[in-house]
Design a protein. Sequence first.
Lengths: 242, 242
Amino acid sequence: MPHAKFDTIYRDLREKIEDGDYPFQSFLPSENTLTSVYGCSRNTVRRAIAGLIERGYAQAIRGKGVRVLYRKGQQSAFSIGGIETFKESAARNHLHTTTRVVRFEMIEADDALAARTGFRAGTPLWRIWRLRILDGRALILDKNLFRADLVPGLTRAIAEDSIYQYIEQTLHRTIQTSKRRMTVEHATREDAKYLDLGDYNCLAIIESQTFDENGSQIEWTQSRHHPERFAFEDTATRRPHA
Amino acid sequence: MPHAKFDTIYRDLREKIEDGDYPFQSFLPSENTLTSVYGCSRNTVRRAIAGLIERGYAQAIRGKGVRVLYRKGQQSAFSIGGIETFKESAARNHLHTTTRVVRFEMIEADDALAARTGFRAGTPLWRIWRLRILDGRALILDKNLFRADLVPGLTRAIAEDSIYQYIEQTLHRTIQTSKRRMTVEHATREDAKYLDLGDYNCLAIIESQTFDENGSQIEWTQSRHHPERFAFEDTATRRPHA
DNA sequence: ATAGCATACTTGTTTATACAAGTCAACGCC
DNA sequence: GGCGTTGACTTGTATAAACAAGTATGCTAT
């Protein structure tokens, strides 16, 4: 639980919005009101509200107030908004899942791989391929590369459970930033071999570079998703004259 | 040009990062240093830096500094990070484009449409379908619904040019927030009719609800993208114990 | 009746200050 | 040499205050 006050207020407001206490298109209490409600400074309230706005829960209108944009029942079935473990998002959506490790080896980055993944050539890497199975259907093929010096001691068993959990709870290293890129690509023979594609001949691809608490790139991942069960949500705000 | 000081500083830092003055993995000058460089308070500097972090340019490390995560030549060819007009992003990528309006009519939202798009049933809407053609190839089919009372006076000619431009410069209405959802779907016969799909049998779909400066939903759009030339980039940060 | 103005609200920006918490290097002690 | 402490740095959180800018309401003068 983050102890920061603004975060507590953010969560409280978010919950009230999700519960319908502040319904769609209504206005939140003014910042001054919230200031006295929560017994804190206006800046702290503003920071909490900024979080709501950033995540699409509300929109600030100068001179008028902060309007709720959240509507019940319009969110996704399988969202991947933040950085979230496969295990986490599966649990959040009440799905029964298993993971099958289909590749587990140590390699060294060559020039081609380095250019594509952002690692330096010569870096020792774990190469791990994992099949994500939801309700008996193989839907995601994850291709991970972890820097072996930053993630020592990996095993097949850990890969079958949760590598992130190992990184955070055993190695006490933190995942912080992740740059992602989403595309749609033709399915390869390999995809067809591993995934239950049906009559789709394309996949949703997410490539990401992940950085640890020191800003070192710890991971590169390509997730090859069956088109079903894949959805990505996002909120954008337009800055004038960007 | 936004006159806000923090935004000026943000742009200046971003430019210096993009130009390589602050290379990948280096640290920015400390907040105190930047405070005296720009002649402003520490809060203002921090707000500028927050912008860099949010957009994946940098990462703050407590006790050490702010580390640059931006690497030259790793950005996308056709990014749609913010809310950006088709015209804008095409121009930014130096592509020759045309738009063909294939449908232009006024309808009224029924219950089914209302449930899917977020408009209230009975709302008068412009239904506009537009084909986006890049370098001679039809690659995107845009299906727009605009609230007719909020966007009066639309014509085919405006739709062929830029509806956003009309909204902002003629109607003096502002687009502010946009909630988007990305998925991959089977191509329909309709898609095949309009788009040069080649041997792809899927498309990248972006559905979005857009809100104006009053928080009223002004638009619903479904963009059906040819898989080529489609990429979406994003930066996520992990909040502890989210 | 209406147009215009004053006023009391709202959010947006900026400054200044204080303290908490994490990093790092230098120093001194053993 | 090695260990711990100190102190000077870094970013993170919170408060208080002032002013700018946009909105809405109600009063007043015409």
